[in-house]
Design a protein around this ligand. Structure first.
Ligand code: BES
Ligand code: MN
Ligand code: ZN
Length: 508
């Protein structure tokens, strides 16, 4: 996508295939809609009386209006003006871009971002709008026998109509939106690719190809022997049940160094990198504690945490964010075989703590715990792990909020704020010490499950036992990383939250 800004002359004079103007419910026109209405002798006021109620994210295409240079004017509903928010704006921009994709136009202009929206700045709107356009033009056809070139969105150029004084802010936001959108698209495609293609090896190759595209990213991919040398006995116990080779991916992003004084000023910007740890189970059959067949195909998405780490590092590199970000990805399959984990097996993690595997389907925590121990060597300022960890989290929070777990209030607050700001919300869940009792084992230092109650909390409690050396938070994205059913596909979440978190740390 090529993003640009148009300096506002008169909306009626903008030469474009499709021009979006906003309309609030109750017949209130945005400034650009008013300009178009006057230029076209009341064409907009005429239709809002009859056929356009301006429901949020609804659209109506008007072609060849007299006195208007744009080929099409797309009326975009913004809902009630009193309820207008960043979220409504982003939904409106997405609806416009989707209408452009449907109309197969190659280029479009939107006047939506310049509409005032309480509590948001233009740069923020441009960021969210740019990402929404990328989302609307996302198309997956990697595994179709004959990809239909006509099904691919034609929209290549997207401009925002803004005042001259606002052009720099809009351009800045669009650049961020583009990086975010491309990071999300990468994460989505990795998620959508089937488990027989998107293997641990494939994830490693994808990380390496990022390192070729961005000088600021260095990648090393460890193989089974190297993982054995690190004594990651818990991770390896999951990997050994599969014929697919495991990988431990280490990505290192280093941006331009921020000025010293600025570093001191910014909260949460202590020395040390941010470490992001992503669960990379490229297929989760459950292992010997096998899952039911009905929706098992969706367990190809069990590497969406890893995909979000890769997508976030890509976005950070594209934006040349200051500071350092490390991405750690333990990746393997969870399968059944003569070499697979069995209920009752005891394994020794890299930390030296032993784990009784009471359920082989609780494998995410078994691979993450060793990556969390590995993270210590970077002396991180904070560590955030991202994982499609528990079905219980889907029960608790559905597909709206990701689950956030942390014993560090400041870190939790920063992540929650980033999620709200990026329209990628998370909800904090409890982590009282008392839940730790559920992980007691008679035969090892801990069990890998905590029984039927509070399943997503006990999963987080398990991880917390490997994070004593640094500030840590855990995002359970089991409900937010992909959609099931008719619209099955990955969402790219929580790349927006993670990138926003990194942007907010940026001093100055
Ligand atoms: N990858 C799953 C979690 C999951 C399940 C995500 C369904 C989205 C939808 C994870 O590895 C898992 O199987 N967790 C178990 C844990 C249980 C055995 C304690 C679960 O949630 O059932
Ligand atoms: Mn599982
Ligand atoms: Zn899993």
């Amino acid at each position: 996508m090529e993003f640009n800004t148009h300096i506002q002359v008169s909306a009626a004079k903008v030469k474009t295939s499709a021009l979006a103007v906003g309309v609030f419910a109750d017949g209130i026109l945005s400034p650009s809609a008013d300009v178009i209405d006057r230029a076209s002798n009341g064409a907009i006021r005429a239709v809002i009386k009859t056929e356009f109620s301006a429901r949020a994210a609804s659209t109506l295409v008007l072609r060849n209006l007299p006195g208007v240079a744009a080929q099409r004017v797309v009326l975009v509903g913004l809902g009630k003006q009193s309820e207008y928010s960043l979220r409504t704006y982003a939904r409106a921009e997405l609806a416009f871009a989707a209408a452009c994709v449907q109309a197969r136009v190659g280029e479009a202009t939107s006047a939506l971002a310049s509409i005032a929206c309480a509590g948001t700045e233009l740069r923020e709107r441009a960021r969210a709008g740019g990402a929404a356009v990328c989302e609307a033009t996302y198309h997956y056809d990697s595994t179709l026998g004959k990809p239909d070139p006509h099904a691919r969105p034609k929209l290549r150029k997207f401009a925002m109509l803004v005042e001259r004084a606002d052009a720099a802010k809009a351009q800045h936001g669009l650049r961020e939106g583009e990086a975010l959108g491309e990071g999300m698209s990468l994460a989505r495609t990795l998620g959508n690719l089937p488990g027989n293609i998107c293997t641990p090896t494939y994830l490693g190759e994808t990380a390496k190809s990022l390192a070729r595209s961005f000088k600021s990213i260095k990648v090393s991919v460890l193989d089974r022997k190297q993982i054995e040398a690190l004594k990651m006995g818990s991770f390896l116990s999951v990997a050994k049940g599969s014929d697919e080779m495991p990988r431990f991916i280490v990505m290192h992003y280093k941006g331009p160094q921020p000025a010293r004084r600025a570093v001191k000023a910014a909260a949460l910007t202590a020395e040390g990198p941010v470490v992001l740890v992503g669960k990379g189970i490229t297929f989760d059959s459950g292992g010997v504690s096998i899952k039911p067949a009905a929706t098992m195909d969706e367990m190809k998405y069990d590497m969406c945490g890893a995909a979000s780490v890769i997508g976030t590092l890509r976005a950070a590199a594209q934006l040349e964010l200051p500071g350092e970000v490390i991405g750690l990805i333990p990746t393997c399959e969870n399968m059944l075989s003569g070499r697979a984990n069995k209920p009752g097996d005891v394994v020794t993690s890299m930390s030296g703590q032993t784990i009784e595997i009471l359920n082989t389907d609780a494998e995410g925590r078994l691979i993450l715990c060793d990556a969390l121990t590995y993270a210590e060597r970077f002396k991180p300022s904070v560590v955030v792990d991202i994982a499609t960890l528990t079905g219980a989290c889907v029960v608790a929070l559905g597909s709206v909020n990701s689950g956030l777990f942390s014993t560090d209030d400041a870190l939790a607050g920063a992540l929650l704020a980033a999620g709200r700001q990026a329209l990628d919300p998370a909800w904090r869940m409890p982590m009282d010490e008392a839940y730790q009792d559920q992980l007691k084992s008679n035969f090892a230092d801990m069990a890998n499950i905590g029984g039927p109650q509070a399943g997503s909390v006990t999963a987080a409690c398990f991880l917390s036992r490997f994070t004593k050396a640094y500030r840590w938070a855990h995002l359970d994205i089991a409900g937010t990383a992909w959609r099931g059913g008719k619209d099955k596909g990955s969402t790219g979440r929580p790349v927006p939250l993670l990138l926003q978190f990194l942007l907010n740390r940026k001093p100055g």
